[in-house]
Design a protein around this ligand. Sequence first.
Ligand code: ZN
Length: 360
Amino acid sequence: MKKILIVVLLLALLADVDIACSQKSNVPKKPKNVVLLIGDGMGLGSIYSLIAVRDNTAFEQFKHIGFSKTQSADNFITDSGAGGSALSTGKRIKNKQIAIDPVTKEPLETLVELSNKNGLKTGVVSACAITHATPASFLSHSDSRYKQEEIALNMLPTNPTLFIGGGRDYFEKREDGLNLSDSLRTRGFQVVYTMDELLNVKTEKVAGLLYDDNPKSMLNGRGDFLPVSSEKALELLSQNNDKGFFLMIEGSQIDFESHDNNYLGMIAEMDDFNATLNKVLDFARKDGNTLVVVTADHETGGLTPLDSSSVSTRNARYNTFGHTPVMVPVFAFGPNSETFCGIYNNNTVFDKIVAFLFGR
Ligand SMILES: [Zn+2]
């Protein structure tokens, strides 16, 4: 009887071990690369406006979707400085601040700095000046988003692998007379000023300053700057890629157009963001080891689409020229993307990315 009992216990134990092992083998592998796309001001109103008038948008391909609560440390309605910094540092800070502690004002380590420290390559691509609030949140530190010359200077020690955007004047036409593009060259960057130069770059250390300040809007002829720059960034970061990379891409002017309550302009910016997202998803599908996360820093305009028959200003209503406090969606694709389902604070997007990339 005792023997039978021991055998039964042993079998139960083995069964337990079996379950534990199979659970272990079910744990999804960590992604090697992470691409975070931020549509500035891109709420559900913007996304659904696009889905209503276009077929097969990139957004509709995602299976794992959650919601991010965008409040800042001092305001129910965030600005892009605090909104971007929550995503880049994992901390909620005060509006207008850029990646600094809201009380001590000490710099907070950003995803780009953390990735550098862990041996990953890093990149930022933005459809505005690279010193503007959202890209600055990943590349710099300042007590004010409006100090764009200081933000450019504070980018130097961050030393990403590459960055591409506008804002050349903040590097070269400065009140202090410094030429930060020369400083970038000293640090090994190839500084490029045109799309032709960018596309001919072969090595990954690149500073792309393609516009004096913000690039033009899509309606005013920006063309395919964002999707093409993003594709080039992916090409450069994925060559000789042993340890992986972190890349942030911002569709900046969805926000600008909604501040102007310009529905046609907003749709044009969403088309551009959607084209960029398709390029990133193509890369991630081929690569198989890249986590893609798409979200916004906040909603802008309180936008409601009213009709899907055509892209016309008659077919949408804006409720404000400012930002709103509503949750914004988070779309995730690739290894561990299911963990982005649910409702959570904006700063925990950082925690999820960091847990996967560095196992913290
Ligand atoms: Zn805004």
